[in-house]
Write a protein that binds this ligand. Structure first.
Ligand SMILES: Cc1cc2nc3c(=O)[nH]c(=O)nc-3n(C[C@H](O)[C@H](O)[C@H](O)COP(=O)(O)OP(=O)(O)OC[C@H]3O[C@@H](n4cnc5c(N)ncnc54)[C@H](O)[C@@H]3O)c2cc1C
Ligand code: FES
Ligand code: FES
Length: 492
């Protein structure tokens, strides 16, 4: 075990031997380093005022990503590079090109959100600098940053001004030097930080992880900490010990074997998106709407499942696709159907000392029609009121098999088995769909809460099935292109 967190800040290697296991990057920057350009707005990953850029080795290059410093724990930076808004100051005090564009386009008024926007723009600037970013890239890259003053148009104009092809700046020019610095702080050893009775562990292999889980049954596992971060910043919980899964090599892997895609439990949404949506394009509109870029860069599918939430967005789609989970402990591995993992509200089939290891996604069949839907009050950065997923095998106009699952309708993500029975074996037509919509009432008794009333939830669940049918049969129904809807003019 090594016992020092090492990362690069302001071009120098920082070494930290003792720190609170849940010290956030934001508190460290503002309180220990007096780097107060990074702001605290919400302290829960929603506003983007705290956005920083984290760089890490990927292949023979550096991959830079925007993350929320308010819910990222400092020790997770081990072996990485941290860029803050202070890094943009050029040697003679000139502004970076991004900052100049924001000034030129009047992209800042009160200025509180501005460092966060600048850092989201910097992450886009450094990503694939030879190619221009599209309007849609810009909207997606800025969706996790809120501004109360500008109305966004000037900020988007500033983004368009700088995110052209063949971008060049100091960070890109110094890539080799930064790469060498990053390589110098890599280690194969697991990390252990001690703070009194409390510990932070970052194991590097499954074997070490399983040993730690056995030795520390009360430790909290974290992957992206986009849930757990809020336990600390909002619920003010003091976690005894933390085991970080992000350095476990096996948990970061995506593989295809036989008829399955396996996704390590610590793979982020950003990294899993392509592999999943190549197989299941119907996942795209959902994954694009989970949190926003900063949350998707840190948050994992494993965490979304493991937290057992009835309104996690991934489980309904994975359940209808027939996904399975592998769970591992020091005593071995077992595999279960994902839907069996959710036993009841706050109760999952996860034993002491066990972790979620992999999500196994079967390859789709030729006649499979698959779609996911998310209904929430805001388009981005919002929790679903209802989440729906449908997977049907339709052959010659007959529904051979049907799987339907909803989130937000029960105390766990749950299949609509009566609805499925009505669909299966029947004709793929409007009449069958109406019968199946009516059957959903037999499957669920939703609740009323701050997000939606019970009546609304039921109506929406039924109507989403109607929409699924129309989208897959009608050439006049608005079709989904990525995340937005566009009307289709019928052929005449
Ligand atoms: C601003 C914001 C927006 C969000 N938007 C959405 C959204 O649109 N849709 C949505 O579904 N969620 C959303 N979330 C919630 C969260 O981002 C997701 O649930 C995410 O997938 C959690 O993954 P994580 O890696 O960050 O989990 P963590 O916070 O690291 O962990 C979550 C829980 O899972 C446990 N855990 C993690 N990995 C494992 C494992 N391998 N084995 C066993 N236990 C494990 C942890 O101990 C913890 O209990 C949002 C969160 C924020 C802050
Ligand atoms: S302070 Fe709002 S996202 Fe971090
Ligand atoms: S400029 Fe005031 S919040 Fe954005």
């Amino acid at each position: 075990m090594h016992t020092t967190v090492r990362f690069i800040l302001a071009g120098r290697i920082e070494e930290i031997s003792h720190c609170d296991p849940t010290l956030t990057v934001l508190d460290y920057l503002r309180e220990s380093k007096a780097l107060r350009g990074t702001k605290e707005g919400c302290a829960e990953g929603d506003c983007g005022a705290c956005t920083v850029v984290v760089g890490e080795l990927r292949g023979d290059g550096i991959r830079y990503q925007a993350v929320n410093a308010c819910i990222q724990f400092l020790a997770t930076l081990d072996g990485k590079l941290l860029l803050t808004v202070e890094d943009l100051c050029e040697p003679h005090g000139e502004l970076h090109e991004i900052q100049r564009a924001m000034v030129a386009q009047h992209g800042s008024q009160c200025g509180f959100c501005t460092p966060g926007f600048i850092m989201s723009l910097l992450a886009m600037f450094l990503d694939d600098p030879d190619n221009a970013k599209t309007r849609s890239d810009i909207e997606s890259g800025l969706a996790g940053n809120l501004c109360r003053c500008t109305g966004y148009a000037p900020i988007v104009r500033a983004a368009e001004q700088v995110l052209t092809a063949h971008r060049q700046d100091r960070f890109i020019a110094e890539r080799k030097q930064r790469l060498e610095q990053l390589q110098a702080i890599q280690t194969v050893e697991s990390l252990q930080i001690v703070c009194g009775e409390r510990h932070f562990y970052a194991p590097r292999s499954m074997a070490t992880l399983c040993t730690l889980l056995e030795q520390h049954p009360n430790a909290v596992m974290i992957a992206g900490a986009t849930d757990v971060g809020l336990w600390v910043t909002k619920q003010l919980r003091e976690l005894e010990s933390v085991i970080y899964l992000g350095a476990v090599e096996e948990l970061g892997a995506i593989d295809s074997a036989d008829d399955w895609l396996s996704i390590g439990a610590a793979v982020s949404y950003t990294d899993a998106k392509e592999a999943i949506t190549v197989l299941y394009p119907g996942f795209m509109p959902l994954i694009e709407r989970i949190g926003a870029t900063q949350v998707r860069n840190a948050g994992t599918i494993g965490g979304n499942i493991a937290n057992g939430s009835p309104i996690g967005d991934m489980p309904p789609g994975l359940i209808v696709a027939g996904a399975r989970l592998t769970l591992r402990s020091a005593h071995g591995q077992r595999t279960i159907d994902l839907e069996d993992y959710f036993i009841g509200y706050g109760k999952q089939d996860l034993r002491a000392g066990e972790c979620v290891e992999q999500i196994l996604l079967p390859l789709p069949s030729a006649q499979q029609i698959f779609a996911t839907y998310k209904i929430s009050k805001r388009f981005e950065q919002d929790i679903s009121s209802v989440c729906a997923a449908f997977s049907l095998q339709v052959n010659d106009g007959l529904i051979m098999a049907a799987r339907v699952c909803f989130g937000g309708m029960a105390e766990t993500p749950k299949r609509a088995t009566t609805c499925e029975q009505v669909l299966s074996g029947n004709t793929w037509c409007q009449e069958t769909i109406e019968c199946a919509m009516a059957a959903i009432v037999e499957d669920f008794t939703p609740i009323t809460d701050v997000r939606a009333s019970a009546d609304y939830r039921m109506r929406v669940a039924q109507n989403l099935l109607q929409r699924f049918y129309l989208e897959n049969t009608s050439n006049t129904f608005p079709v989904r292109l990525g995340s937005r809807f566009v009307p289709v003019i019928a052929d005449v």
